[in-house]
Design a protein around this ligand. Structure first.
Ligand code: GSH
Length: 210
């Protein structure tokens, strides 16, 4: 079987979601470094793989695909290994629902809004935008409550781990670096249980960057 190629950078939460899916499936791959935050923007050749200049992009035996949700579904379906998507329609709908919540709310609010302001801004010598943080915290509570309500736990969408868990773990790894994230997790015990379960996966430690 031809080894797939993942284009991206290890620091990226979306690249890590794809790497976790590959690790869970036991699929070997090459990670080819692409710096989308280079001063002159993403390398021109990357735009032929990902026209929006984002990472990751994925290639397997001549087949190219971008958008992490599509990449991880392909990984699950094209390779041997444990199934990472539930077969029953309701759990599968919950998995898709969780991934939409992660893309639509967790990444913009908990990663860019909270983690970047609280942790990255001071690293870059800038004061956090406290007004932005204060604005997003109530919405973050809603997001954690919404994720908690999707299943009986510990996994987000189904009785066993699914792609939703591997999509979420890299984002939450940054969220829990913030004091607000730590405190919020304690207020959402379902999410705290989930965090303990997902962060104990070998695929999580094998792809750690923070
Ligand atoms: N919808 C894309 C989002 C990917 C994404 O936002 N990746 C970030 C890195 S974690 C990125 O490439 N950012 C560069 C930019 O926004 O210019 C996906 O699911 O793959």
């Amino acid at each position: 079987m031809t080894q797939p190629i993942l284009y991206g950078a290890a620091y990226s939460v979306y690249v890590r979601a794809a790497r976790m899916a590959l690790a869970e499936k036991g699929v070997g791959y090459r990670l080819i470094e692409v710096d989308v935050f280079a001063p002159n923007g993403p390398p021109t050749e990357h735009l032929s793989r990902q026209p929006f200049g984002k990472i990751p992009a994925f290639e397997h035996a001549g087949f190219r695909v971008y958008e992490t949700g599509a990449i991880t579904r392909y990984i699950d379906e094209a390779f041997d290994g444990p199934a990472l998507q539930p077969s029953d329609p309701r759990s599968r709908a919950r998995m898709t629902q969780a991934i939409s919540i992660l893309d639509g709310h967790v990444y913009p609010d908990l990663v860019w809004g909270l983690y970047v302001e609280r942790v990255e801004a001071p690293r870059l010598g800038r004061a956090p935008d406290e007004a932005r943080i204060a604005r997003l915290l109530p919405k973050a509570e809603t997001t954690l409550a919404a994720l908690s309500a999707l299943s009986d736990g510990p996994w987000l969408a189904a009785p066993g781990p699914t792609l939703a868990d591997f999509h979420a773990a890299p984002m939450f790894d940054l969220f829990v670096c913030t004091p607000e994230g730590q405190a919020m997790l304690l207020r959402h015990p379902r999410m705290a249980d989930w965090w303990r379960a997902v962060s104990a996966r070998p695929s999580f430690s094998a792809t750690a960057t923070v």
